[in-house]
Every structure is written in structure tokens, then in C-alpha cells.
Design a protein around this ligand. Structure first.
Ligand SMILES: C[S@@+](CC[C@H](N)C(=O)[O-])C[C@H]1O[C@@H](n2cnc3c(N)ncnc32)[C@H](O)[C@@H]1O
Length: 225
């Protein structure tokens, strides 16, 4: 893969679209925009995060990314190979493990201290993975490094809760740390009026990000002019 420093903006965008098309063709349906999901639909029928996470790792390669920040960490251990799949275990995505295996610097924050325990073995074998127990917005407020990929997957989508507002607030807290060329990726955007992305995805588009795909996850890219 050619690194972005050698590529023009239109070429990077074309390559980004090709990565997403190759990995995600056929993965965007069904959408559950108007529904709260029954657990059977949630676990068995709904699209899963893995191919979107794979796309994120390829996009990081394309933009020569170094640093991933994840808000909402793995709460279920991944007790199988990275590309093995079991619906009941893989519905969340095991994102912390997928990001850790890129070898890039990964900063993963979760409000629940259990997540740090779940990731402890992973941290031992992947010193590039740093886990924190803290509120995601407070963490992004004080985070001092440049972010190449921001992954938003915290406050769960429950009708009447402020999950959409909080994901928007997390993006705004991290905004001035985002690299000029960067990726923002959001999980659970296929449910209830855009789920975790209901407010942040339109804001990202207004801020000049290009939408690469929307489905179970939404991935956007900004390429420096
Ligand atoms: C859907 S899970 C994340 C799944 C994970 N990304 C994966 O792929 O396995 C959502 C997580 O967000 C966390 N969360 C909820 N409120 C939070 C907050 N204020 N700050 C950070 N994380 C929060 C929950 O504790 C939960 O572990």
C-alpha cells in the first residue's frame, strides 16, 4: 500500500472507497432504523462489526496512521482466533483486540473497570495497548496526542437516553486532536434513527468529512487539502 504522503487527495479518497467496497459489499443490510431490536435479531440477524473494523485497519494503513483512540472498550473477552466468528460472542465486535493487533498505539477508555480486566492479557502481549477507566468525554478532553482513528462505541442505544448527544460530545471533545487526515468510525448506526451516530454523523459531514459507508457501522474520512 502506498502511503498518503505520496498521494493526492482524490487518489486517497478513491483508495479509501475501494477498501470499503472490497470489504463491505453486501454488509449494509438489514437496517433497523425504526426499531428497538429483539435479542434474536440483535445476535443472529444483524450485521456484525468485524468487517467494518477490518476496513478501519486497512484505512489506517492507507493514511499511515499511528494512533487509535477508542471510547467504549471490549467487555467480552475474545476467546477465539481473530477471524473466527460466533454470533453470541462477537456482536459487540472485540474492537479493542482488533485495534491492538494492528501494532499501532491504541488508547482505549471505558467507564467500567471490568473492561480493563478483560483486556489485561491482551495488554501483556500487546504493549501498544493502553487501557483507561474513565468517562470517555473527560478522557478526550485531556488527551494530548494526535488521533488518526477515533472509534466511538460507548453509551448504548436505549430509547429516551442521551447516547446520541454523548457521542457528539465525545467527538467535539476530541476534535482538536484529530490529525488533518483521519478516520472517525462509529458503531451501532444501523438502529433507531442512526443510533450512536444520529447526531455525530451529520456533524462530521458538516465538518467536511467524507462518508465512506453507513450500515452497522459508519466510517468517515477527512483528507487534508
Ligand atoms: C458496546 S460496548 C463497547 C464494545 C466494544 N467496543 C467491543 O467492540 O467489544 C459499550 C461500552 O461503553 C461503555 N461506556 C458507557 N458509558 C461510558 C462512558 N461514559 N465513557 C466511556 N465508556 C462508557 C460501557 O461500559 C461499555 O463497555
Amino acid at each position: 500500500m502506498t502511503m498518503t504522503s505520496n498521494l493526492s487527495r482524490p487518489v486517497i479518497l478513491d483508495e479509501a472507497r475501494a477498501i470499503v467496497r472490497d470489504l463491505l459489499a453486501g454488509q449494509t443490510a438489514p437496517l433497523y432504523y425504526f426499531l428497538e431490536l429483539e435479542s434474536e435479531e440483535q445476535v443472529q440477524r444483524r450485521a456484525k462489526p468485524l468487517p467494518y473494523l477490518a476496513a478501519g485497519t486497512h484505512l489506517l494503513e492507507l493514511i499511515d496512521g499511528k494512533t487509535i483512540v477508542e471510547i467504549g472498550a471490549m467487555r467480552i473477552p475474545m476467546l477465539h482466533g481473530i477471524y473466527e466468528f460466533a454470533p453470541s460472542c462477537c456482536n459487540d465486535g472485540h474492537s479493542t483486540a482488533i485495534w491492538a493487533y494492528t501494532g499501532l498505539e491504541v488508547h482505549s477508555v471505558d467507564i467500567n473497570p471490568v473492561c480493563r480486566d478483560v483486556a489485561s492479557t491482551l495488554m501483556e502481549s500487546n504493549p501498544n495497548l493502553h487501557c483507561y477507566t474513565e468517562d470517555g468525554i473527560a478522557f478526550l478532553d485531556r488527551f494530548a496526542l494526535q488521533i488518526d482513528l477515533l472509534y466511538l462505541d460507548a453509551w448504548d442505544v436505549h430509547i429516551g437516553h442521551d447516547y446520541a448527544e454523548r457521542h457528539l460530545a465525545a467527538y467535539l471533545a476530541g476534535y482538536d486532536k484529530l490529525a488533518p487526515t483521519c478516520i472517525v468510525q462509529i458503531d451501532d448506526t444501523d438502529i433507531y434513527f442512526g443510533g450512536k451516530g444520529e447526531l455525530v454523523v451529520p456533524r462530521l459531514i458538516r465538518d467536511g468529512f467524507e462518508l465512506l459507508i453507513t450500515g452497522r457501522q459508519t466510517i468517515l474520512i477527512r483528507v487534508a487539502a
